[in-house]
Design a binder for this molecule. Structure first.
Ligand code: ADP
Ligand code: GN1
Ligand code: MG
Length: 365
């Protein structure tokens, strides 16, 4: 790895027993570098997730890991209270042999989690009921954390879903245009500029107390939940780096943005991009069920706006990163962030076309 230490040497710093058999790149997250680790101890095999934390994005790893250990210990208690199995229903941080929740090697920071077995994280909805179950599980996650002492949570990425501030950062990137890429994305820039007035809507309501501030996940895309292979239930919510105070509409909206789109996030054939209204309705039902009636009337009425806002914001973030030279989201091909931006904006346009049906779906549930 960058500072000379081999992955196996770093993994050996963690409290894992036996021989490290293999370390392979794993998953399709855009932020951290994730590896599947296989070990063997006296004939018993075990799997772990090993991650290099993206420290360009998560600047304060002490605070980040304090959030993760705080939330996972709390969830463990709650899961035990209701007779569940915390080894499968929450992430478990593997400590260092010397204690501590992560390993630092120069600028790089690493952590390990117990691997959640017999469960799958999907990059796309394969069976509608999985999407419904993911809604139940994300709603339940928020329900379980309702009493979590929010003032002890650090803001790991300040203003993460402050769409108005994201818009200002986007406008600055367009103005500075360091790589001369703005000329080729004028339609996308125009699309977002036309919607400037909407950007501050949810944060404004939060600031005025018209929407409740809750402990939310903030990154609820489908591949951040493990679906149990046997029961089909959303067994464990993962990727807890952005658990922070936020709005339920962020969690609802981000899940719709990713899971109810008929096309992949980076599809280049935009004719495939479409909001699947039946998936949308299923998720509304699952999420409201998981939240167990905790959402206010205003929140429920604004579910369609949550979906549109998170999609618009994400498209804007992809475009900003494209303009600034792809330094935030991991890319795997030329113009990858631009392709991602285009699917998001096409999805926003489709949501606008289907607005009445979206509102009706929220109303009927
Ligand atoms: P990123 O922040 O880069 O998205 P994640 O924490 O979401 O990183 O991990 C990337 C992928 O690794 C997930 O989408 C999931 O497939 C897999 N993964 C992460 N943690 C676990 C775990 N504890 N057990 C099984 N799979 C996991
Ligand atoms: C990132 O970490 P990952 O891949 O689950 C990003 C989300 C975006 C998403 C877009 C910390 O999620 O905010 O919505 O990509 N996470 C962070 O796919 O920025
Ligand atoms: Mg992830």
């Amino acid at each position: 790895m960058e500072n000379g230490m081999e992955k196996k040497e770093i993994i050996a710093q963690f409290a894992v027993a036996g021989r490290i058999c293999s370390v392979e790149e794993y998953g399709s997250g855009h932020i951290n570098a994730t590896y599947l680790v296989e070990t063997e101890d006296q004939g018993t095999k075990a799997n772990y997730i090993f991650q290099r934390i993206n420290t360009d994005i998560f600047r304060n790893v002490d605070q980040l890991m304090e959030n993760v250990t705080g939330v996972t210990s709390y969830l463990k208690e709650r899961i035990l209270e209701k007779g569940g199995d915390p080894s499968r229903e929450t992430l478990q941080v593997i400590p260092l042999k010397t204690g501590g929740s992560y390993y630092r090697d120069g600028q790089d920071c690493y952590r390990m989690y117990q691997f959640i077995t017999d469960a799958t994280s999907f990059d796309a909805v394969e069976r509608p009921e999985d999407f419904y179950e993911s809604g139940v599980a994300f709603g339940n996650f928020q329900f379980l954390l309702a009493e979590y002492p929010a003032d002890t949570l650090h803001e790991t990425i300040p203003d993460f879903h402050h769409t108005g501030k994201r818009f200002e950062a986007f406008r600055k990137a367009v103005a500075e245009d360091p790589l001369g890429r703005a000329a080729m994305v004028q339609p996308e820039i125009g699309f977002l500029m036309e919607r400037e007035q909407e950007m501050g809507l949810l944060t404004g309501m939060l600031e005025r107390g018209e929407l409740p501030l809750r402990v939310t996940h903030n990154d609820t895309k489908l591949n951040n939940i493990m679906i149990d292979n046997q029961t089909g239930k959303g067994i464990c919510i993962i990727d807890l780096d952005t658990v922070m105070p936020g709005s339920s509409l962020y969690d609802f909206g981000d899940a719709i943005r990713f899971g109810a789109n008929r096309a992949a996030e980076d599809e280049t054939d935009l004719s495939k991009v479409s909001l699947d209204l039946s998936l949308y309705e299923l998720y509304v039902k699952g999420y409201l069920e998981g939240c167990r009636g905790a959402l206010t009337g205003t929140e429920t009425a604004l579910l369609p706006m949550g979906a549109k806002m998170m999609t618009m914001e994400c498209g804007m973030r992809f475009l900003t990163d494209f303009l600034l030279g792809d330094t935030y989201f991991r890319i795997h091909r030329k113009n990858h962030n631009l392709d991602r931006c285009r699917t998001q904006l096409a999805l926003v346009a489709d949501m606008e076309r289907k607005w009445q049906q979206m509102e009706a779906a929220a109303g009927s549930c």
